[in-house]
Design a binder for this molecule. Structure first.
Ligand code: 173
Length: 320
């Protein structure tokens, strides 16, 4: 081999080694059951990153609640046990109580990313959770109260309801007794009569068979469900610009497609066909219901975070 050929070979080997060293694999979990409504957007994200990221970045999707309890996902992400997670703010209020405020946002993410609301929240994710919120994958997706006992007015006294932090302050303000469970425990709680109902968004009731154990849905819906992709910030900061660019691009596509408006309508019809009956109130009752939802919701955020809650309300809420 001539001298130059040998050098060229050496250079080629170096390039190959550098490229290989650049390829990174990130471990990912989802807080919702695999292949169900609130994991689907994330599963698409993983597929697209693995397609676009060949040789540069790869996501190793470990799975859902069978691999890790939903309320532990935040801690695992913070500590680097996993590097990427699909999860909602209500599941990691132990670390970042402010994250529960996403549900109260009445402005689209495009606006929150411009008006400083996203940046304000991002600083809290960095500080308290060592995390970056890459994209919100679920929006325009109201929560509802589902019941097995009929009610005639927005009065929940005497009812025991399954909750997460999303619903706690609101349902308690209307007089309910509450018990927190992961989604995976809702079916059994209904079956055993441990609860008279549960909070959940308009979509996803069929995923784990709850339709078989649900008689009524209370209308109107309230708030807007949030599920987002988080990445450990130390990991994020250690990625190359090329790796970050792939994640950003695919995440941005996911956030742009976050609206559930179409799914909401389809699932409402599906619930009707399945015999789930809507309970509605008169105009004053509906107004009271929604007023209490937002008042109790924001009061809860501010109680949990007197320091940052009021500013989040200024960024997130629509002026009344
Ligand atoms: O009810 C829940 O478990 C919950 O808090 C939630 C949040 C976002 C989407 C779906 C459910």
């Amino acid at each position: 081999m001539g001298r130059y050929a040998a050098l060229a070979l050496l250079a080629a080997v170096n390039v190959a080694t550098a490229a290989q060293a650049q390829e990174v694999t990130l471990r990912a979990v989802t807080a919702f059951a695999e292949k169900t409504t609130y994991s689907r957007g994330f599963e698409t994200f993983v597929e697209r990153v693995n397609e676009a990221g060949k040789g540069v970045i790869r996501i190793n999707y470990i799975g859902g609640p069978k691999a890790m309890p939903p309320f532990e996902v935040g801690n695992a992400l913070k500590n680097g046990v996993v590097e990427i997670a699909n999860v909602t703010g209500a599941f990691y209020t132990n670390l970042l109580p402010e994250a529960d405020a996403w549900k109260l946002a009445q402005r689209p993410m495009t606006e929150l990313r411009k008006n400083g609301g996203y940046d304000y929240m991002a600083a809290l994710y960095a500080q308290k959770m060592n995390a970056v919120l890459l994209a919100r994958l679920v929006d325009d997706n109201p929560f509802h109260l589902y019941l097995n006992k009929r009610i005639a007015s927005p009065d929940l006294k005497g009812l025991k309801l399954r909750i997460t932090p999303v619903y706690r302050d609101f349902f308690q303000a209307l007089g309910a007794t509450v018990v927190q469970t992961a989604p995976g425990e809702v079916y059994t709680a209904l079956e055993r009569g441990v609860v008279d109902g549960y909070g959940w968004p308009i979509t996803g009731v069929f995923d784990l068979g709850w339709n078989e154990r649900t008689k009524y849905r209370v209308d109107p819906g309230f708030y807007s469900a949030e599920v987002s992709i988080l990445i450990n910030k130390t990991v994020w900061d250690g990625l190359t610009p090329a790796q970050q660019a792939i994640l950003h691009k695919v995440a941005d596509e996911g956030e742009a497609a976050a609206s559930f408006a179409k799914d909401n309508a389809a699932e409402t019809e599906r619930q009707t066909r399945a015999g789930i009956e809507a309970i509605t109130f008169d105009v004053a009752g509906s107004k009271h219901y929604l007023d209490v939802a937002y008042e109790a919701g924001w009061a809860g955020v501010i109680r949990q975070s007197p320091e940052y809650g009021p500013k989040l309300q200024a960024f997130f809420a629509k002026p009344r």
